[in-house]
Design a binder for this molecule. Structure first.
Ligand code: ASP
Length: 327
């Protein structure tokens, strides 16, 4: 049985009963048990490049590997691809011509790591994982993150490819020198996986909005905004205009909606509707959410048309067009 309305009602009764006899609501939540068949392993990731990322992740998942390793390897394939203009090597720079990267990762124990405003490193996701595993911190930023990476053997590289530089030079001629946000210049790779052992992990990595202000950090490295994983419930990732995601703490919100009984699809829709309720100029921006729950059920929703994601499970690796709010 999936975590559905019935479970939710059951849980509410349990919680109410619990509070009457002295248990806390959180205690009742922990008693939630997911029964029935699970769709595992499964991996989902944002946008067209998700297909390639999923292939890399599946190599690990099909051999009963850990979801954490799968999501790291999966998004690394996109970070290293110079033809993808929104992630890692070849990412479009900020308005001053600097490629600055954000990335985050979460494992099944609730551990989290991230880097923000990191330059010169092809694989920020692996630096984020090291922050998670080797430091007492969650996030390292800018120069400190770079130093940490170099000390740990990462190589300093020029990430501004000729292709990205050309695009930036063209933009400079036409653009007014201020951050202009359109809905086409972002394509973060966000990936969520459930492994054969039933454990969840997630990863998110991006060069952020193209031609952003120098120093701008988006939602992707902010735990709870760009990504959230709770191994008891589910996981979520975001893409699109990060400022809207940060202001509504989108990924955490989706996981909490799932905790309260919504399916991944319903949870994503509700989080997009939260943006509509709270942020008056929401129509000018694109946001896409992806979610995966503990049973392997997936969902996605966006503000505008055009968001898609790749899903790889026992069936195959395929693209799925996402339903959206503004029709
Ligand atoms: N969410 C990212 C950011 O705001 C952009 C993206 O999804 O590509 O930095």
């Amino acid at each position: 049985m999936k975590l559905n309305r019935r479970n939710f009602i059951g849980k509410t009764i349990l919680a109410t009963a619990g509070s009457l006899i002295g248990f806390k609501y959180t205690y009742a939540q922990k008693t939630l048990i997911y029964k029935g068949k699970k769709n595992k392993p499964v991996v989902i990731s944002t946008w067209n490049h998700g297909l390639k990322a999923n292939e890399a992740a599946w190599e690990i998942l099909k051999n009963k590997g850990r979801a954490l390793d799968a999501v790291e390897k999966g998004v690394m394939a996109i970070e290293a691809d110079p033809d993808i203009l929104s992630v890692g090597l070849g990412g479009l720079p900020d308005r001053d011509g600097y490629v600055t990267l954000d990335a985050s990762i979460m494992d099944e124990t609730g551990n989290a790591g991230s880097v923000s405003f990191l330059q010169h490193i092809v694989h920020p996701i692996s630096v984020a994982r090291l922050v998670m595993e080797k430091t007492p911190h969650v996030m390292l930023a800018g120069e400190g993150a770079l130093q940490f990476a170099l000390l740990n053997g990462f190589k300093k590289e020029n990430l501004l490819t000729p292709k990205a530089k050309k695009a930036w030079e063209k933009w400079k001629k036409e653009a007014k020198y201020k951050p202009i946000i359109n809905i086409e210049n972002h394509d973060t790779i966000g990936m969520l996986a459930l492994d054969a052992d039933g454990n969840l992990s997630g990863a998110c990595t991006t060069s952020g909005l193209a031609y952003k202000m120098h120093g701008r950090v988006g939602d992707s490295p902010i735990i709870g905004a760009g990504i959230y994983v709770d191994n008891e419930v589910g996981a979520a990732v975001a893409t699109g205009m990060g400022e809207l995601v940060m202001k509504t703490l989108g990924s955490f919100l989706i996981v909490e909606f799932m905790r309260n009984g919504l399916s991944p699809q319903q949870a994503c829709e509700k989080a997009i509707n939260r943006i509509k309720q709270k942020l008056p100029n929401y129509k000018n921006f694109q946001i896409g959410y992806l979610a995966l729950n503990k049973t392997g059920e997936t969902g996605a929703y966006s503000l505008h048309k055009g968001f898609n994601y790749a899903k790889y499970d026992k069936k195959n690796n395929r693209m799925i067009e996402v339903d959206y709010l503004l029709k």
